[in-house]
Design a protein around this ligand. Sequence first.
Ligand code: GLA
Length: 733
Amino acid sequence: MAIIFEPNKKIFTLHTKNSTYQIQISKYGHLIHNYYGSKIENMDLSYLIQGINRGFSGSPYEAMAVEDRGYSLDTYPQEYPTYGIGDYRSSCLSVEHEDGSQAAELIYDSYKIYQGKYQLKGLPAVWAKENEAQTLEITLKDKYSDVKVILYYGVLEEFDVITRACTIYNEGEYPIYLNKVFSCCIDFWKNNMEMISFYGRHAMERTLQRRKIEHGKLSVGSTRGTSSHQHNPFVILCEEGVGEDHGVCYGASFVYSGNFIAEAEVDQINHTRFVMGIHPEGFRYYVEPKDCFFAPEVVFVYSDAGMGEMSRKLHDLYRNNLIRSKFMHERRPVLLNNWEATEFDFTQEHLVEIAKAGRELGIELFVMDDGWFGERDHDKAGLGDWFPNKKKLPNGVKGLAEQIHALGMKFGLWIEPEMINEDSELYRNHADWCLSIPNRKPNVERGQLVLDMSRKDVRDYLYDSISKILDEAKVDYVKWDMNRNLSDVWSAKVPSYRQGEVSHRYVLGVYELMERFMSNYPDILWEGCSGGGGRFDAGILYYMPQIWCSDNTDAIERTSIQYGTSFGYPISCMGAHVSAVPNHQTGRSVSLNTRAEVAMAGTFGYEMDLGTLREEEKEIVRSQIQEFKKYYNIIQYGDYYRLTNPLEEEVAIWQFVDKEKKKALVSVVSLRTRANAPFIKVYLKGLKEDSLYRIDDGEEVYRGSALMKAGFHIPVLKGDYSSLHFYIREIEV
Ligand code: GLA
């Protein structure tokens, strides 16, 4: 049993393959966190929780009545701490009652354990078959009001995953406000911990940053309305010194695409609190009597064998139990996108020429990017007008799609449903459909405003106009972009006391629309995007199997971006393309080989006019596409190993190993060239110790243990940013 309740001891114990999580109901009915860490069986860990009377840390009334001064919510580890009742660390819930008071003392009421995994209404979440997961629901009630909280724990034993979420119910007669609702808290009773987070900016997403958690709050988050380029809603909590292959670490991934916060602090008695949830800034949720609020899910993945193993578990979980698209298990076509080749300036003939040149080299899918609709000749017009621009596409999207299909290729389309330009028919007819505050000029980004996705009429318009195109033309792929952050968040459809809900309702609206499209067009391959990787999160992956990783297509910068992304997300979901040189974002020139080497650690495709290449370059592209197809299964379904850290080392090396450990692919990219360079020695990972392997077509045979323990020398790489890969396969003896 993954979940055990012992009524006499009043403890819940959750086991995964390698971890244990324990909760106790205290003598006063509060939910106390006993432990989360390496697996411990048959043990009541309540002995760990000891209270000492500490000054300025009060006790609940009942405890003080019996002189139990050591029992303090301010020092005890808790499952779901609340604001206003004497725990001064980060709380998870702040409720404002009818009389303006802000407190909730949550007391244990009941529990439920069942096979399978809970789901959350209107929100993305990890899913599981009955035999893959168990759920624990714990119901808590405020001692003095009709606020009820259900905490959800999903245990996916094989993945070493515990998910958390909760629902807040108003069972009273008066409305309440939720001023803050986080999804989870974990109080680790130790203080030697670090938080690894992934920061960035447009065109430079998910750079790893590692910081010690100390006294005072360490917090990352987004108030941009999306998960953002600046901070990713995935963090790692680990013990000091944890590396790729050793040490205890916990990945925490928020399955949500809007404002978020991940916050850690060491408290006054040197214990570490971690909380995660929707960012409280600007958030205020009005809950009517008999209504409720669902807080999104956080996925915790545990490893005591370092961050490499942690990532691989998460990759497996997301590939098998989060992403729903059929394309997760089908080979996705090699793609060619026209954006960097033409931007807005194209004609149908030109696109067909680009596609044709790609087809000759083996490209399977042609994607028409931005610029095909309304008066979209530049970035200040057209968004919202989801009908073809007749100057560019005289026979509509259908006409172009037919031509592309006639070439024997699949056809894809770019859309940006959530946006509107003031210079558009949509804005002229429905100015109130965008987020903006009356009597204020809104903040504008890239010449566009944001549609109020919390409105059903807006979503219906988007669904109808875009599905009209998807029905008329045969569309095999859609890239769903989102090119600015939210500001001036105010909805014309919502009363003043509900305006604090709009950012969250926006995300729910986006999810509702995505769900409608995904379920009605399951044969389309959907790719998420937000100015590259500005909304690269587990929430989007529930709807779409891949996300454009970054607008930065420079292969060298991409090694760090993809490295950072790989900690929390599988390779098969990272959109990666070969683009022209000098690179549009950095001006750097890197060989075609290296550009493909890096793009192959992703969904792989091209973003340039392949017709402009020299004959010998075309030949290279042709063979790259063949190679990618050859290695597709290892890359997309295999295990991923980070062999170096490109942020700190002179060479980026990564490795894929198939699940049977019979085949492996190692990629090497030189980030710095030096004369008379020292050897680069690589220690392979994930092979079978006793098996014999051959490298490429070489004569030599190596034992797995040798390649992993003694290592292997990589040929000296000469020239700027050169690269190579080698293929390792087991030989039968
Ligand atoms: C965003 C995307 C790009 C491209 C442009 C088009 O920046 O990330 O790939 O689609 O929009 O405007």
